[in-house]
Design a binder for this molecule. Sequence first.
Ligand SMILES: [Zn+2]
Length: 435
Amino acid sequence: MQGRLKRATLAATLLCTLLIPAVGSLADPQDELQENRNQLEQLRDRIEARSEQSRSLRGEIDRLSADITDLQIAINALDARVATIETDIRTVQARVDRTAKRIASVERLATQQAVDLYKSGTTDTLDVLFQATSLTDLNERIELLGVAAQENTDELIEYGRLKVLIERDNRELLAKQNELSATLADKSELNDQLSADRTELAARLNQVTTKLEEDKRHEGDLLAESRDIQRRIEAAQAAAAEEAAAEAARAAEAARAAEAAEAAEAAEAAEAAESCGGAQAAESAQDQTSSSTGGPNPPPTTSTPPVVTTGGSSQGFIWPLNGPVTSPYGPRWGGMHTGIDIDGVTGQPIVAAKAGRVILAGAYSAYGNAVTLDHGGGISTLYGHMSAFNTSNGSSVSQGQVIGYVGCTGSCTGDHLHFEVRVNGNPVDPMAYLP
Ligand SMILES: [Zn+2]
C-alpha cells in the first residue's frame, strides 16, 4: 500500500548514493590535483628562472676566467719586473759598496789635505768642494778653483766626487726599493682581488646549484604527489561506478520485492474479505486514491441507458455493465484477481446480472461501495467500487435492474466495475457465466 513512497525513498537513496561521491570525496582530489598542477607550474617557472640565473652566472665565471688569465699574465709581468728591480738593486748596491770602499781608502789623505787647506786659510776651497750637489756641479767648481788651487787637493777632490756618487747611488737604491715594494703591493692586491672574485662567484654558483637541486627534488615530490592524486581519483571513480551499479541492482531488486509485497498484500486482503463471509476478492492494490465512506450516495451523473444485453447466458446471466474487460480473472502481480474489471465512467448504471436478493449494499474494505446479490443455489455476484447505490440491503432485485453506479471507491486507480461470481463463497471466473 506504500509502493509509491517506497519507490520515492529508493530513488532518493539511489540519487544520494550516486551524487555523494561525485560532490564529496571526488571533488577533493580534483581540487587537490588542480592545486598541485598550479604548484608544479610555478615551480617549473622558478626552475627555469634559476637555470637561466645559473647559466648567466656560469657565463660570468667564464668571462672572469679570461680576466683571471689576463691578470695572471700581468702578475707574471710584475714578477719579471720585480726580478729586474732586484737585479738593479744588487748592481747599485755593489756600486755603493765599491764607492764606500774607495771613500774609506781616500778618506785619510783627503782629511789631511782638508786640514792643510784649513791651516793655509783657504777654507773657501773646502766649501766649494763640499757644497757641490752633482758631479757636473763639482767639476765646474773645481775648474773655477784654478790649477793652483788643485795642487795638493787631488785626494780631497776625489773624496768629494765619491761622496756625490754614493749619494746618487743611494737615492737610486732607495727609488728601486720603493719601486720593488710598490710592485709587490700591486701584485698582492691583484692576487687578493682574483681570490675574492673566485670565492664570491663559486659561492653564488654553489647557492644557485643548491637551490636548483632543491627545486628539482621538490618537482619530483610534486610529480609523485600528482600521480598519487590521479590514482586516487581513478580509484574513487571506479568505486563510485561500482557502487552505482550495485545500488541500481539493489534498487531493481527492492522494486521487485515491493511489487511482490503489494501482490501478497492484495492476496491477503482477498483472503480477509473471504473470511468475513463476503464473496469478494482483492482488487488492484497499487494505489489508494479514494476510500469508501458509506456516506450519502452521489446522484447518477449520466442518464445513459442501462446494459444493452447481448442476451442471457446458459446460466441465465447478463453483463452488469457495457464495456471492455480491462483485467481478467486469474493471477495478477503474484496474487489472485478474483473477478473481472469492466471499464466504465463515474455515474454509469450497473445492473443486476441476475435476479436475486441484496445481501450487502455498503462500504466494504478495498472494494469501496459494494453490492452483493444472492442468486440462490450457492451462486452470488459482487459489484465493487461503486460511486453510489441504487438498492439497499435486503431488497430483492430483478435481472437488469439498476443497483448502483460506476465509481472508484476503495482501492482503485480509475473508474471501473469490479465484478465477481462466487460459488459457495469461492470466486470463479465470471466469464464462464456471462454470455
Ligand atoms: Zn477487479
